[in-house]
Write a protein that binds this ligand. Sequence first.
Ligand code: F6P
Length: 539
Amino acid sequence: MQPEKLPAWKQLSRHAEIIARPENHLKHLILGDSRIKKFSAAGAGVFFDYSRQRLDSKALSLLFELAKEAEPLKKFNDMVAGRNVNNTENRAALHTAARSFAETSVFVDGRDVMPEIKAVREKIKNFTSRVLSGEITGSSGKPFKHAVVIGIGGSCLGAEFVSTAMRELALNKIDLHYLSNVDIHNFGAIAEAIDPETTLWIVISKSFTTAETMANASQARAFMQKQGLDPAGHFISVTGKGSPGDDPKAPVLESFHMFDFIGGRYSVTSAVGGVPLSLYLGYENFEEFLKGAQEMDIHAATAKPETNLPLTAALISVWNNNFLNYPVQAIIPYAAPLARLAAHIQQLNMESNGKYVDREGNFLEKNSGVIVFGEPGTNAQHSFFQLAHQGRGFPIDFIGVVTPGYPQYQNQSQGVTNHQELWSNLIAQPMALAKGKDDSVRAKYFPGNRPSSTIIINDLGPRNIGRLLSFYEARTVFEAFIWEINPFDQFGVELGKTMASKIRNTMAARNGGDDYHCEKLDILDEFYLDMLFSGKIPE
Ligand code: F6P
């Protein structure tokens, strides 16, 4: 049932009008000693402070009522148990099984999938440790020093987020590069940074049909051949069982399976993240990361709504999106290593929840999904916080880390360490956004009433990165379960791909390719094609 038919939804709509009144400005709501106690929760090693959200006790209790009526927890447990939650593609969605170390079985269509998942993990451990020890080498016998991930979207962003987050823990045996875009500038820069003889190319594609990935893999193979190196000794693949790339006879060093019940954007805890991250950080760190994610999965599945971090965060997203009408969610980590978190969550959340229909195929009567963006603080403050404070406000997730890395570089400026300076901003910004400031000079007036949450982890160790990842994954699917949409399909990416393929065929025909013919294109498309082939822009 679409949620707007639920009694709690209707009450929330009425209550949103009350929250919009001046007496319910955040500068008033945040007063009182018990605010933080009442509007925060801790679990699975994460502290979640939502005291600066535009919520009063009534709104909060109505949101928890909505959680009862829409049953997101039941749906989450159906997902974890392997039920067919991806109804449009007739599949389970079992990213949680990828990091399960429990002895319990998980059945999909009557088959326990845990032995296969554990076997892939063992294979990752074995292969990556043999590469790191120098037992597996490139075709000329030299140990690998570079690994290039060729993959895009979910076949890259998660691993990129995690490897950037844990850069300090890198073994420094293998430099990791990411080749996503089909833009030649991407390939060119990597080709110039690596030593081909000591390079391992990791082609990651669930479908093994993604145009960018296939073009880059072919580019990389040709590049290696030109250097006189046999690609078979330098390529590995991570792909879906039964995909065009899943060929046991294919000349690759090794290949790893991903499963149809794990979607690309949820796949960083599978071989998609497992292979590159284990090469970069060591398998032990990857396993710790999985265990952190598992901890948050268990919390999400079992904690009651009032203490359930990702569920509470999802309810607040729904409140901000549908009742307070904010179309955006910013993610601002006050930790530079989390620089790629927003990019990853952008795909995770927007590809999952940017939907037009509910699970039954009915057009939605409300908006689902928000525009996610973000940059680390304090850089973000010097970039787009002008708009955050005085332009159109938007909800922000501030993320803080209690204990920083690099203790050997401690220094003080103005009586504080760098980390304390960072924290003074992390503490000040949510309050400034919430309270605002009166000023007789209008240009210096701050309206305030801008909502935010603050999410705190202890450090940037693998456990906490796993917990943070799972927090955002669980929050994303909880949002979808409340909206009654399917967060596991992505038909919205297809139209543009199909149109690009017609244009590609026409270009190939114009290049003189015998196997291609010019397709019927729109006049505007022809205009741009002519421009590209002419090599100059109109004057
Ligand atoms: O085009 C979107 C998408 O299908 C994503 O869902 C996916 O993460 C990405 O492309 C890459 O897909 P693949 O792993 O099949 O190459």
